[in-house]
Write a protein that binds this ligand. Structure first.
Ligand SMILES: CC(C)(COP(=O)(O)OP(=O)(O)OC[C@H]1O[C@@H](n2cnc3c(N)ncnc32)[C@H](O)[C@@H]1OP(=O)(O)O)[C@@H](O)C(=O)NCCC(=O)NCCS
Length: 225
């Protein structure tokens, strides 16, 4: 059993809109720059289609917020396929999608620029993690910050909590060690064992990670482009 990942650069391609459903097109139209959303959701549809044999246009996604229960935001699911778990992440320049039958999945891609703000350590890191970064500077520091941040966000997307859980309460392994959830300090319930893997999305200015709620080791199938 594996987790299938697809990563691509954000593109301006009108044909991708044809893959989306009416609700997605409406959400895309509300954005000042719709291309990241359109690229990401078309990518997710194509990946789910390839993994399940469905027509990408026929896939029905629903969202559910673990905090308030609404279906207007939250973790995405494929309607009628409870054993297929999905996640998507996108920024200005990159989009990543994940599909697996192993368990609930979270994927996250981060631009190094998103980790370039004062107070990053206090907002996102546990003191043990912050101490490991003390000797780093410049792009090396931003790269490690983005890497740790993507692991934490992937974990919190797999659980469905998102940033309702304080990311500094989610302690991950050192950047030069295999990705791992070391400690869950949050008051919220951790639903089960978590496997984490860093992802090489092929761009030096991005970091990405995937997390799956499973006790089985992760085999990642990553396709770029
Ligand atoms: C999930 C979250 C961490 C994503 O942050 P981000 O870096 O801005 O966005 P990403 O591109 O990585 O991921 C976006 C995708 O995550 C997914 N997502 C949203 N909420 C999610 C959640 N709680 N769990 C898992 N995935 C979630 C969606 O598919 C979303 O795509 P969409 O907005 O196009 O539908 C952040 O938006 C968050 O914490 N949201 C939840 C906040 C919340 O629940 N508040 C309480 C409301 S009652």
């Amino acid at each position: 059993m594996s987790v299938a990942i697809r990563a691509t650069q954000v593109v301006d391609d009108q044909r991708l809109l044809d893959l989306l459903d009416a609700g997605e097109r409406e959400r895309a139209e509300r954005r000042a720059d719709p291309h990241p959303f359109v690229t990401a959701h078309a990518l997710l549809r194509r990946l789910v289609a390839d993994e399940t044999g469905m027509d990408p246009r026929a896939i029905d996604f629903e969202r559910r917020c673990a905090t308030c229960g609404t279906d207007r935001h939250g973790k995405p699911h494929v309607v009628g396929m409870r054993d297929v778990h999905v996640s998507v992440s996108y920024g200005e320049r990159m989009a990543v999608a994940a599909v697996t039958r192993l368990g609930e999945v979270g994927v996250d891609v981060e631009d190094l620029e998103s980790a370039d703000f004062d107070g990053f350590g206090s907002v996102t890191l546990d003191p043990t993690e912050a101490a490991r970064l003390a000797h780093l500077h410049g792009d090396a520091l931003l790269g490690v910050r983005a890497q740790l941040w993507s692991r934490k966000e992937a974990i919190l997307k797999a659980t469905g909590h998102g940033l309702v859980v304080d990311p500094s309460q989610v302690v991950v392994s050192a950047h030069d060690a295999p990705a791992e959830l070391l400690e869950w300090k949050a008051a919220q319930h951790l639903p089960g064992p978590m496997q984490v893997s860093d992802l090489d999305v092929g761009r030096a200015d991005h970091r990405a990670a995937v997390a799956v709620l499973t006790s089985r080791p992760l085999t990642v199938r990553l396709q770029r482009g």
